[in-house]
Write a protein that binds this ligand. Sequence first.
Ligand code: 13P
Length: 254
Amino acid sequence: MNKVLIAGNWKMNGLTGDATREAAALADGVAEVAHVLLMIAPPTTLIHPLRIKLFERGIADRVAVGGQDCHAEVNGAHTGDVSAEMIADLGGSHVIVGHSERRTDHGESDAMVKAKAEAALRAGLVAIVCVGETEAERRGGETLAVLARQVAGSLPEGATVKNTVIAYEPVWAIGTGLTPSTDDIVEAHAAIRATAADRMDATDNLRILYGGSVKPGNAAELLALDGVDGALVGGASLKAADFLAIAAAAPARA
Ligand code: 13P
């Protein structure tokens, strides 16, 4: 089985001083979490500074860096946007696409997310494709239908277990301190894997991350669940100590 992936999403947080401080704190603790893969997606402005700091600390090969979003095109007249190639150019290896905050704040549809994920693969990045139901959808009993629709509509052509990761992030669990029941998470991950299997091979090895209020205190329980191959961590990824504590709670896999 694949090693667990613990991915941090800093969202719109952090200045250069934070990159310096976090890289130093990570350097102190990464040796204890050699059993997991680590990735941090800082704001675009910090991809390069964070990479430099990780290099300086000798841990650039232990902590991958990625983007939080990318445009579908290589370049062009798209003011304010960043292409997957630009993220790769800075040494990024991953990019999150279709985060619910992008879907909500920027009206991103499944088709747009799919185009962005395809751009990620074109640039040689690993696409972390986010899906997840809203509170209203869960209350309406639509969770599995929503997840099936999002996975089917958002997965890129050419997706493999090596170039694509799916993150299950229930919208109502993000930043709220709430998490689904463990049974609900297992059910959601199984449903996502089943839908993905229609579009890619060998989905036993597909990494499906859980995201939404993952903290040091609940990480061990969440990461031990069937079909959970890691976590996408927001708030708790902003402090290296918490991020590393979450990683330490992950099961060791070959
Ligand atoms: P929190 O961990 O802050 O709930 O955020 C989750 C998330 O959105 C990660 O992408």
